[in-house]
Design a protein. Structure first.
Length: 101
């Protein structure tokens, strides 16, 4: 007692699975090495540090209040109000988490 539709379904399923490729990585447009002259397609998966992690890094380092945070692709731009009332703009590398003014 076999189901006549079982073999075609299995054949279609096997053909489908054989042709399936992994999903493409999430992509975003980010500034390339040329700076303001152009943009290059880079994957979000290349980043090791998220925007939320970059904000936390800056908060801990400055003990300040984050006023604004922007994702600029290869790095994050974070504006922070320090405890002494100074407004600073800090850049955090999306690969390493390194901070620079």
């Amino acid at each position: 007692m076999s189901c006549p539709t079982r073999i075609p379904i299995l054949t279609v399923l096997a053909a489908f699975l054989a042709g399936v490729s992994p999903l493409p990585k999430a992509q975003s447009w980010t500034p390339d090495d040329a700076g303001a002259r152009g943009y290059a397609l880079r994957t979000v998966a290349e980043r090791r540090v998220s925007l939320a992690q970059a904000v936390e890094i800056v908060q801990r380092a400055t003990r300040g209040k984050v006023l604004d945070a922007k994702d600029l692709g290869s790095h994050y731009r974070i504006k922070v109000l320090t405890p002494n009332g100074e407004v600073r703009v800090v850049h955090v590398d999306a690969q390493t988490g390194a901070m620079r003014d």
